[in-house]
Design a protein around this ligand. Structure first.
Ligand code: ZN
Ligand code: ZN
Length: 254
């Protein structure tokens, strides 16, 4: 009898403790977990002011690879032009130690983000992380070298060494123009271009190069993230064509 009573008591106590606990209702759109999705999955959050009214761009660059002012200005301008963020766009730039590696794998890049990224979606603020490393991408093919990549829903990387090698001097774009072009292209992927999180109003995805625009002069043409980017127009940063602009607008952007 006593045992039964104890059991009932324990059950009641258990219920009491359970009942007092706050229901765990985590917001799936903030914190680290919300920065682990695939590229394009946050396009609407980045473009519209429905959920986030402010945008923070965190840039972590390895020593010796500080982005040019052209890149910093143009990235903010691009975001202001295509997104609705009434509370503004904030830039957060910091230097991190150089790793001295010649090549970085996708895993190594993700690990560096884990180590150095400080801002995640929080409150009304949506966050984008740009990492600039001192080496190249491990999976570079011999013909086309990757200069940058978007690798998670709010994460992108630039390969500083590749930028240095392919800019400045004879028949090469100035460094600011090259790195800015690639950075804006990767930003375009985070905004869901092309057909990767932002639906196409009119079909314009390149048949051979998935997630890229078929228009050769568009910022989202596939060669833009490779060293072939400036074979035809070395001195200007390509812009988005009408198809890409319309897609962004329909997904909540400007
Ligand atoms: Zn691309
Ligand atoms: Zn386009």
């Amino acid at each position: 009898m006593r045992i039964v009573w104890n059991t009932v008591y324990a059950m009641a106590l258990g219920l009491l403790i359970y009942g007092c606990e706050e229901p765990v209702r985590e917001d799936p759109f903030v914190g680290i977990g919300a920065a682990r999705w695939d590229v394009g999955k946050s396009a609407n959050f980045l473009l519209s002011d429905d959920r986030f009214t402010k945008l923070e761009l965190e840039i972590a660059y390895m020593e010796g690879f500080r982005p040019t002012d052209v890149l910093l200005d143009e990235m903010v301008d691009f975001l202001e032009e295509f997104t609705f963020k009434p509370e503004g766009i904030v830039l957060n730039l910091k230097e991190i130690p150089a790793e001295g590696e010649e090549f970085y794998s996708a895993e190594a890049i993700a690990a560096l983000e884990d180590q150095y990224r400080q801002t995640y979606n929080e409150g009304n603020t949506v966050s984008i992380f740009l990492l600039v490393v001192d080496g190249n991408f491990k999976q570079d093919e011999t013909e086309f070298f990757t200069i940058g990549a978007a690798y998670r829903n709010t994460s992108m990387v630039l390969f500083g060494k590749r930028i240095m090698e392919n800019s400045g001097g004879f028949r090469r774009p100035p460094r600011g123009i090259l790195e800015t072009t690639v950075a804006l292209h990767e930003l375009g992927h985070l905004l869901g271009l092309v057909n990767i999180g932002t639906e196409m109003v009119i079909p314009h995805e390149d048949e051979e190069q998935a997630f890229h625009c078929e228009e050769e002069t568009c910022l989202m043409y596939w060669t833009v993230e490779t060293n072939n980017v400036f074979l035809f127009r070395p001195q200007t940063i390509p812009t988005l064509d009408d198809n890409c602009r319309n897609d962004l607008r329909v997904n909540g952007g400007r």
